[in-house]
Write a protein that binds this ligand. Structure first.
Ligand code: HEC
Length: 142
């Protein structure tokens, strides 16, 4: 084998060796939760509320709109209009009765048979962001 070929083979081997370190970061890049700036919202503490304390809150709706587009739209659709890969969140039950199911999914995500359908957001984004998203969702016409 000419030495230039051996050198090339060596470089490829080196690239393959380092690739697995970089790849997971790339592959998961688009599912990294985007931090939500909750400035201007009343802090809610660690215990999750049973119903949305921000319903109708103008600042929460603003924050929720952007938090949704950064964290949820890639699956649930831009503007909450689902393209079909995940449920259309405009049709969640409204008001207090729908809050429980919303927060359950937001906090824990959804998994079946070891497959993650939706990642859990509760720990990473916090309940302020969760309820802000819910407040915005309820302003989107069906
Ligand atoms: C990786 C894709 C993905 C992302 C990102 C995602 N979801 Fe989901 N979500 C799903 C899927 C898929 C389901 C249906 C799960 C099932 O069938 O068990 C779902 C279900 C839900 C449900 C229950 C809907 C119903 O009709 O029962 C809610 C509420 C929800 N998601 C809210 C959110 C919010 C809020 C965000 C952003 C913070 C979000 N999701 C981000 C994929 C996603």
């Amino acid at each position: 084998m000419p030495s230039s070929v051996r050198l090339a083979a060596g470089l490829i081997a080196a690239a393959l060796f380092t690739a697995p370190v970089a790849l997971p970061a790339l592959a998961h890049g688009d599912v990294t939760p985007q931090p939500v700036n909750i400035e201007g919202l009343e802090k809610l503490g660690p215990d999750w509320r049973a119903s949305n304390p921000y319903r109708g809150n103008k600042r929460a709706i603003e924050i929720g709109s952007s938090a949704y587009n950064q964290n949820c739209a890639r699956c649930h659709g831009l503007g909450a209009i689902s393209g079909g890969i995940a449920p259309d969140l405009r049709f969640l039950e409204e008001g207090d009765p729908g809050d429980e199911w919303f927060s359950e999914r937001f906090r824990k995500g959804a998994a079946r048979d070891g497959k993650v359908y939706m990642p859990a957001f509760g720990e990473v984004l916090g309940q302020e962001a969760g309820w802000a998203i819910r407040a915005w969702l309820e302003t989107v016409p069906q």
